[in-house]
Design a protein around this ligand. Structure first.
Ligand SMILES: Cc1ncc(COP(=O)(O)O)c(C=O)c1O
Length: 479
C-alpha cells in the first residue's frame, strides 16, 4: 500500500492549482463525460418536490394570503400540541413507507424495531458526539460500534474505523485519504466501473480529482481488465462496489484488488448499501463473494449503519486496514485563539443519537436478527420474481444479486413510463432506471408484507396502460 504523504497537502486541505474563483458555481460542474453519460442533470429545482413523475409545488411555503412568499420568522411561540399536529399533517403526501410503498431511501421492518431505534436515539438526542471527553458514554458506545463493524468485516487487529454521517462522508474521507497518501504529478484520479455510486464523483469534485469510469460487463459487474487499462501515472485509488446500488452486483473484489496491488494503489470497497446485510445474506445460503478485509488487498471499506444496518439516519463506518492510514483524512488545526481543534471526520458537531441508535440496533438484532431481515428480503424477492414474471409483457431483469429487483417491458404496447405513472397515482413510488430501462426496487424486509399487493397493483396498471394505449414521459430524476 502507498504510504508517502502527498506533497504540500495537509489532510483534506485545498489542492494546489485549483480553478479560478467562479461565483456562478454551476459551470465547473460540467466536466466532460468519460463514460458517455451526462455528468450533471440539467438544472437544480428549487422550492419544488418531485413525487414520482409529478412535479408538485411546495405549498407549505405559501403565506396566509396564499402567496408564495418566504416563511416569516415567528413573532410569538406556538403551542406544542398544534405544532405536533402540523408536523404529522405535513406528512400527508409522503409515500406510505410503513406499508412497503417506498422502494428506496428508507429501511423498515416493523414498529417494534423502529421503536428501539427511536428510543435509543432520543436517549442521546441532546449529547454531541464531537465532545468525547464531556460524554464518555458516547465515546464508549462509538468505540463498541466501530469494534463490532471491524469484527463483522474481518479487519485485522491493526485496523481502524471512523463513525461518519453517511455513505457520502465515508466515501469522501476515503477519497481524501487516497489522494493524500500518494503524491502524483498531475491531477489525481480514481479508476472504477461505471456502476460506482456518484458519491465518488461528488468527493472527487470537492477534492480535485477525476473519476475514470470503465464499462460494466453484460452481467453488470466491473471488469478488472478494463479497469487496469484505465490506470495511469496519476491514479491514486481503485474503487469497487459490494454491492452496486442499482444491480446489487458484487464486483470481483479479489481480482480488482490484484490490479490495485500491481499498481500500488489504495483500494476502496464501497459496501455502503449492503455491508450490514451481505454477511447474513451469505449465511442464509445466498451467493456473496469475499468482499471485505478477508481480501488482503482491500485498503478501506465503507458500510452504512443507516441502510441495511437499520440504525437511525446519520450513521456509517469508514474502516481502514491500518489505523495509521487515518492520518491521511483526519484534521487538526491550532491557528486560532481557542487551542487545538481536531476531528477525525468531516463533520464537527455530530448527533449523539445516531451513535446510540447504531449501538442499540446492532445489539438488539444481533446475528440472528439480521439473518431474519435477510430471510424477509429473500422472501419478498422470490415472490416478486414469480408474480411480476407472470404478468404478460413484463420481464424480471437477470442476473440481479442481493436486494435488487428490476423489471422491464417486453411489449411495445406496455409503456414502462406510463406504468410507472399509474403506480405512482396508486401510491407506489416507482423508481425508473436508465440502463437497463426498468422499474427498480431496492428491497428491505417490509416488502415481504407488501409484495402481493404490489404485484396486484402492477397487474391492474399494466392492463390499463395497454387497454388505453397510454404513453408516459421519461423522468429519470429520483433524487
Ligand atoms: C452503493 C452506495 N454507495 C454510497 C451511497 C451513498 O450513501 P449516503 O446516501 O448515505 O450518503 C449509496 C446510497 O444509496 C449507495 O447505494
Amino acid at each position: 500500500m502507498v504510504v508517502s504523504q502527498r506533497k504540500n497537502s495537509g489532510p483534506c486541505h485545498t489542492v494546489e492549482g485549483g480553478d479560478d474563483l467562479n461565483l456562478s458555481g454551476l459551470n465547473r460542474r460540467n466536466t466532460p463525460s468519460k463514460s458517455g453519460y451526462e455528468q450533471k442533470a440539467p438544472g437544480f429545482p428549487t422550492m419544488q418536490i418531485y413525487q414520482n413523475s409529478k412535479l408538485i409545488e411546495k405549498d407549505t411555503m405559501s403565506d396566509e394570503n396564499g402567496d408564495n412568499a418566504r416563511t416569516k420568522f415567528p413573532e410569538a411561540g406556538s403551542r406544542w400540541e398544534d405544532l405536533q399536529e402540523e408536523l404529522i399533517r405535513a406528512k400527508d403526501h409522503d409515500i406510505d413507507w410503513r406499508n412497503g410503498r417506498l422502494p428506496l431511501y428508507n429501511y423498515y421492518r416493523d414498529e417494534k424495531l423502529l421503536r428501539v431505534v427511536q428510543e435509543s436515539y432520543s436517549l442521546y438526542q441532546n449529547e454531541n458526539a464531537l465532545g468525547k471527553t464531556a460524554f464518555p458514554s458516547l465515546a464508549k458506545l462509538e468505540t463498541e460500534v466501530l469494534d463490532m463493524g471491524l469484527s463483522l468485516f474481518n479487519a485485522p487487529p491493526e485496523a481502524g474505523a471512523s463513525f461518519t454521517s453517511g455513505g457520502s462522508e465515508s466515501i469522501f474521507l476515503a477519497v481524501c485519504g487516497a489522494r493524500n497518501a500518494k503524491a502524483v504529478t498531475g491531477r489525481p484520479n480514481i479508476v472504477a466501473c461505471e456502476t460506482l455510486h456518484p458519491a465518488f464523483n461528488k468527493a472527487a469534485e470537492f477534492l480535485g480529482l477525476d473519476v475514470i469510469r470503465t464499462p460494466m460487463a453484460g452481467d453488470y459487474h466491473a471488469q478488472p481488465a478494463a479497469m487496469e487499462s484505465a490506470v495511469n501515472e496519476n491514479t491514486v485509488m481503485m474503487a469497487a462496489s459490494a454491492p452496486s446500488f442499482v444491480h446489487g452486483a458484487f464486483d470481483p473484489i479479489a481480482e480488482i484488488g490484484a490490479v490495485a496491488q500491481r499498481h500500488n494503489l489504495w483500494f476502496h470497497v464501497d459496501s455502503c448499501l449492503g455491508g450490514f446485510l451481505a454477511p447474513f445474506w451469505r449465511e442464509i445460503g445466498q451467493p456473496v463473494p469475499q468482499f471485505d478485509f478477508s481480501v488482503p488487498t482491500v485498503t478501506s471499506l465503507s458500510a452504512d449503519l443507516h441502510k441495511h444496518g437499520f440504525a437511525a439516519r446519520g450513521a456509517s463506518l469508514l474502516m481502514v486496514r491500518d489505523a495509521g492510514l487515518k492520518q491521511h483524512y483526519g484534521f487538526e488545526f491550532g491557528g486560532w485563539p481557542s487551542g487545538i481543534y481536531a476531528t477525525e471526520t468531516f463533520t464537527g458537531s455530530r448527533p449523539g443519537g445516531s451513535v446510540a441508535a447504531a449501538w442499540a440496533v446492532l445489539k438488539y438484532l444481533g446475528r440472528a436478527g439480521y439473518q431474519e431481515n435477510a430471510r424477509m428480503v429473500l422472501d419478498a424477492k422470490t415472490r416478486l420474481t414469480a408474480g411480476i414474471s407472470a404478468i404478460e409483457g413484463l420481464e424480471v431483469v437477470s442476473p440481479l444479486e442481493f436486494t435488487s429487483f428490476l423489471y422491464r417491458s417486453t411489449d411495445p404496447s406496455l409503456d414502462l413510463d406510463a406504468l410507472a405513472d399509474l403506480l405512482g397515482d396508486a401510491g407506489w413510488y416507482a423508481v425508473r432506471n436508465a440502463n437497463p430501462k426498468a422499474i427498480q426496487l431496492s428491497l428491505n424486509p417490509i416488502h415481504a408484507s407488501s409484495a402481493d399487493d404490489y404485484i396486484a397493483a402492477v397487474r391492474v396498471a399494466s392492463n390499463e396502460v395497454r387497454s388505453k394505449g397510454l404513453r408516459g414521459v421519461e423522468n429519470l430524476r429520483t433524487y
